[in-house]
Design a protein around this ligand. Structure first.
Ligand SMILES: [Fe+2]
Length: 280
């Protein structure tokens, strides 16, 4: 094939960025399978395993499409020097780098208990799916703009797989939180009735938050408003499933450097997951 023109180069660029994400997530998923297994969460483990197969097939599909467009699969979104050697070496390097970048934060005990650790990983997995969905939205739109039906079809198929995975993961969160409660909150403190001042104040804060959401002037005049809004970000859409994003509050680069996360558990206990996430 002749050298790719600007049209093909742009398609190849975006495909390669999605490819880099998929290669990274192959490693992350392997670690997550291990976590789900050790927590004896069979449906979650099975879904991670199925999605690992899907993810590997996606990587191969993207690689194939890049070749058809006259390019070479190389994971551009990962850190490190250029991967410009032959395709096979390039993929091996990508995998090694993904391992280095992803292994530590996934496998380190980042939470305050095993259940908390698993919840955090599933929350991150939801976030990863959202990133992949955005990659494929962009690729599909670009391909449609450039009349590349094959690439648009590929992106659409991959995006649907990511959406299904994200939906499944979100459906797991309530159950995983129950396990966190069982492991970390003594039974007598769970109801909150006549409980500590801490639990009653957090409840009243959340109710006043919902009643005052959208009322800027009222927040501004209330002495404790900044604390309330920082704990909940009520201006974001509460029903859109943004809870993982909201509560993890973590950027990709911070997450990759997150090996220190386990040590932040004390601040997480006192400051909530948002504070702990940003310090990890
Ligand atoms: Fe995925």
């Amino acid at each position: 094939m002749a050298d790719p023109g600007a049209r093909e180069q742009k398609l190849i660029q975006y495909l390669n960025e999605a490819y880099g994400k998929e290669k990274q997530l192959e490693t992350v998923l392997q670690a997550q399978i291990g976590l789900a297994k050790s927590a004896d969460r069979k449906p979650l483990q099975k879904r991670f395993q199925d999605h690992l197969k899907e993810t590997k097939a996606q990587s191969r599909g993207i690689e194939r499409r890049i070749k058809q467009l006259g390019g070479k699969a190389e994971a551009q979104s990962l850190p490190g020097p250029d991967i410009v050697s032959g395709a096979a070496t390039g993929v091996a390097n990508v995998a090694n780098r993904a391992l280095a970048a992803a292994k530590a934060p996934v496998q380190a005990l980042r939470g305050t208990s095993e259940a908390d650790n698993l919840l955090r990983n599933v929350r991150d997995a939801v976030w990863n799916e959202a990133e992949e969905i955005a990659h494929y939205d962009a690729i599909e739109a670009l391909a449609e703009n450039l009349n590349d039906k094959d690439t648009a079809k590929l992106a659409r198929e991959h995006r649907r797989q990511e959406e299904r995975m994200q939906k499944f993961l979100r459906g797991q969160i309530a159950q995983l939180v129950k396990a966190v409660v069982r492991e970390e909150i003594p039974a007598k403190e769970r109801s909150g009735n006549g409980g500590t001042s801490r639990s009653s104040s957090s409840r009243s804060s959340s109710s006043s938050r919902s009643s005052s959401s959208g009322s800027r002037s009222r927040s501004a005049s209330s002495g404790s408003s900044s604390r309330k809004s920082s704990s909940g970000s009520s201006s974001r859409k509460p029903s859109s499933g943004s809870s993982s994003r909201k509560s993890s509050g973590r950027s990709p680069s911070v997450k990759k450097a997150g090996a220190k996360g386990g040590r932040a558990s004390a601040s997480r206990r006192s400051g909530g997951s948002s504070g702990g996430g940003s310090s990890s």
